[in-house]
Design a protein around this ligand. Sequence first.
Ligand code: ADP
Ligand code: MG
Length: 142
Amino acid sequence: MIIETNKPEETYGFAKQLSEQAKPGQVFTLTGDLGVGKTVFTKGFAAGLAVTEDVNSPTFTIVQEYTSGRIPFYHFDVYRIGDVEELYEIGFDDYLYGDGVCMIEWANLIEEALPDVRTDIVIEKDLERGFDYRRITVEEHT
Ligand code: ADP
Ligand code: MG
């Protein structure tokens, strides 16, 4: 599935719609260059889970947990990870197969540690189509 947006509110709204149907145990990956809209997307996604806390990128930790919503939301940013071992130290599998929804930013860096069943989301710009244009590709991985 490919969605095209032309302003941040559209990206936010699409992410919100997507997570409104999310179920415990689902895993989403989120990939895209700096400034493409991953944080905008994640905030919309959290809103769709009815998370009331302010959602930001987990800068000092690998994972940020939000428990105010309909189901727990586990937001990973693995950009600074040195080795996948670090993931297992924080109990990665417990999150993946737990009672919440996982969103993993920069998942391409930990490809070998990802579960087979997941939804991959890629956000890209295309400057020929305008500065605020974004192409969001959603693909079921099995
Ligand atoms: P990232 O987390 O990927 O580094 P951010 O979400 O922090 O990126 O920033 C995306 C920036 O792009 C924001 O300033 C946002 O307002 C802007 N933007 C412009 N058009 C869009 C769009 N269609 N979708 C998402 N963000 C957009
Ligand atoms: Mg960000």
